[in-house]
Design a protein around this ligand. Structure first.
Ligand code: CA
Length: 233
């Protein structure tokens, strides 16, 4: 069960969405204009925000911008505009996904399920509050907050996805992750690429990491794991 803020000024649509989300067992908080959407997110700390683009007093884009100042809540934007420029603009201010109006309720619920599932995965993958934001394993040092990795004090240049992948593996030493899990967690459920992507990134990581890269082990027919440090002989 999740708490979901639904920000949509068309009351019939808002109520319809609410009813279906409640049927799925979620708790729904309704907002009918921009400022109350921002307020609801601040007060309720929801697991998901469903946000209409066209809202009175503050439009969805501005709501998105304000919410993103201090919240990483996933945002599903509803929009009647399907132009590419709008999608790009929305993604820039921090929306996570889109649904173009008109949409079917079934489509909305599927999207909500997928987004909540991803939140659940990230909860496993990301440090809980209070965890040290710096992971150290031998010569390897990962500063999660600063997105910096160094090896023997020498900074390593990693792409954002390489970084996320490495941080996830190192944070969970010894645990094997399937390719599907890694794709879904690091790239997101919306990623439509091939699972070779994970393999390619692991290859590049191993190369960049040198000897310690060998600890990213292939787990046959599953995926990968970061081997625990061996006790010094
Ligand atoms: Ca509207």
């Amino acid at each position: 069960m999740a708490t979901i803020v639904v920000a949509e000024d068309e009351r019939d649509l808002n109520n319809l969405v609410r009813r279906h989300l409640e049927d799925e067992g979620h708790r729904v908080v309704q907002a009918f204009d921009g400022p109350s959407a921002v307020l609801a997110v601040g007060q309720e700390r929801p697991d998901l925000l469903i946000l209409d683009w066209m809202l009175p007093r503050l439009d969805g884009l501005e709501v998105c911008r304000r919410v993103r100042r201090d919240s990483i809540v996933p945002i599903l934007m509803l929009t009647a505009r399907s132009e590419e420029v709008d999608r790009v603009l929305g993604l820039e201010v921090g929306a996570d996904d889109y649904l173009t109006k008109p949409f079917s309720i079934r489509e909305l619920l599927a999207r909500v399920r997928a987004m909540l599932r991803r939140v659940e995965l990230l909860r496993v993958a990301r440090p809980v509050e209070g965890d040290p934001p710096i992971l150290v394993d031998g010569p390897l040092r990962i500063d999660v907050g600063q997105h910096l990795v160094s090896l023997d004090g020498r900074p390593l240049e990693l792409t954002p996805k390489e970084f996320d992948l490495l941080a996830l593996l190192v944070r969970n030493p010894g645990r094997a992750f399937s390719r599907d899990y890694l794709v879904e967690t690091v790239w997101g459920y919306e990623y439509g690429g091939f699972d070779r992507t994970v393999d390619t990134h692991v290859l590049r990581l191993r190369k960049k990491l040198g000897p310690i890269g060998e600890r990213i082990e292939t787990v046959w027919s599953i995926g990968y794991r970061f081997a625990r440090a061996r006790d010094p002989a």
